[in-house]
Write a protein of this length. Structure first.
Length: 449
């Protein structure tokens, strides 16, 4: 808070000449936070000086020399170098106004949304809503956006050329990748563009940006054509699925249980990881699979009932025996590395810490590759192939598309879009039952009694 100063008369030459000469100026308040100061010269016959002082914070002031005072009759005021009391007041107020305007402009520039701030706000909100999906988006955006020059551009001044320039430089490996490195896969690029478009749109709405900013974001971050063709659907036969499950169970019991549930339900990893012991209902021979976290808002359906075969029920019954209903159904060992000891010659090792739920797809990489090798399956298969196989199995069994979609927590439109070829095959099998021969039928003559 600014100190209270003792008011002194400074408006006339006579009043100023009565003041004692001193280095410390005499001040009087003009407006809140602004004082006009006068320093009386100790040299006989030399004019004093006008100063302006404004309060900053915590006893700190900023001072500005305005000019000489019209204390001597032989040096009249010119409004520039020599000032009257009124001219000094006007100069102090003008300086004060300019300083406040500069501070407001600087504060506005600091608070103005940039691409970096938009991305950071989006990632924080996404992680608060869905931690796993938020971390996934954070990794992509940090790797490809925050490390690029586009991150420091003001959002409201962003142009389509800026976004196209950034898109053209995207390469696998992120910043620092060689120019000859291959571009991002269409599906990866689509996910990245969706995240960045959502981040910039949210920041633009918050800043009440004009309509052309939204148009720039939409056109500059338009998704590539048909990104879903980046990876063909990997569909396994029932025999291959069984071999894969058996190989996973032989490798590790925890990993085998995870693969068994993925194959039996066709659910996503994030859904299976959230299963609890209470979600397993052995009497009804089913699992109540939690709904996915895709999309926005609250879902009306929180769990999807998925029937299980007897062998899966038996395996899960032993897995859930003696455990509380709130506990995660599927667990794995969490390890930590223990440093080696040079003095004793002990090598670094991994030791078990506790059991935790599955959740990070990175934990599946090594055991999945080992299971594929043991089962004699191609090394390019991904865990999502179990979901593809489950959906196609339902379609080939003649189940309605809506039923297959509901059982796998998706929409009929998405099933028709991605699995259209298999729907045609299943429909053809059903239609074949109604096919009749159009050839002439032999006539059976009745014999007279």
């Amino acid at each position: 808070m600014a100190k209270r100063v003792r008011e002194v008369a400074l408006s006339t030459r006579t009043a100023r000449l009565r003041l004692a000469p001193r280095h410390q100026p005499y001040f009087r308040l003009l407006v809140d936070g602004l004082h006009l100061g006068y320093r009386r010269s100790a040299v006989q016959g030399r004019a004093g000086a006008w100063l302006a002082r404004r309060y900053r914070s915590a006893g700190r002031y900023e001072t500005r020399h305005l000019g000489a005072a019209d204390d001597t009759p032989d040096v009249p005021a010119d409004g520039v170098a020599v000032l009257t009391f009124d001219q000094a007041q006007a100069a102090a107020r003008e300086w004060f106004r300019q300083q406040l305007a500069a501070e407001r402009a600087l504060r506005a520039a600091e608070e103005a949304p940039t691409v970096r701030r938009a991305v950071e706000s989006y990632v924080a909100a996404r992680k608060a809503r869905h931690p796993e999906a938020g971390r996934d988006a954070e990794l992509r955006l940090t790797h490809h956006v925050l490390a690029a020059p586009v991150a420091d551009l003001p959002l409201l001044a962003l142009t389509e050329a800026d976004l196209h320039r950034w898109r053209g430089a995207l390469r696998r490996g992120g910043r620092g990748a060689r120019a000859e490195a291959p571009p991002l896969a269409p599906a990866t690029l689509a996910r990245l563009l969706n995240d960045l478009r959502a981040a910039l749109t949210a920041a633009a709405r918050k800043a009440k940006a004009p309509a052309d900013v939204f148009t720039t974001i939409k056109e500059g971050l338009r998704a590539p054509e048909k990104p879903d063709r980046a990876r063909p659907k990997q569909v396994l036969s029932d025999a291959d699925v069984r071999r894969l499950v058996q190989a996973a169970q032989a490798q590790d019991a925890d990993f085998g249980a995870l693969v068994l549930v993925l194959a039996a339900t066709g659910a996503r990893l994030n859904q299976v990881a959230r299963l609890t012991v209470a979600d397993f209902q052995p009497e009804a021979r089913r699992l109540m699979v939690p709904a996915s976290r895709k999309g926005k808002g609250e879902k009306q359906v929180t769990h999807i009932a998925v029937p299980l075969p007897d062998d899966v029920v038996a395996a899960l019954r032993s897995l859930a025996a003696g455990r509380a209903g709130y506990e995660p159904l599927l667990l794995r060992w969490h390890h930590r590395q223990v440093k080696g000891d040079k003095a004793t010659g002990a090598a670094p090792r991994w030791e078990r810490v506790d059991r935790r739920p599955w959740g990070d797809a990175a934990h599946l990489v090594r055991p999945w590759r080992a299971a594929l090798k043991a089962a004699g399956l191609p090394a390019n298969l991904v865990p999502y192939c179990l979901r593809h196989s489950s959906i196609v199995r339902g379609l080939r069994a003649g189940l309605p598309v809506r039923l297959v979609a509901a059982a796998h927590d998706t929409s009929a439109a998405m099933v028709e879009k991605h699995y259209g070829a298999f729907i045609v095959d299943a429909t053809e099998d059903l239609l074949r039952r109604a096919v009749v021969s159009l050839a002439d039928a032999p006539v059976a003559h009745l014999r007279r009694a």
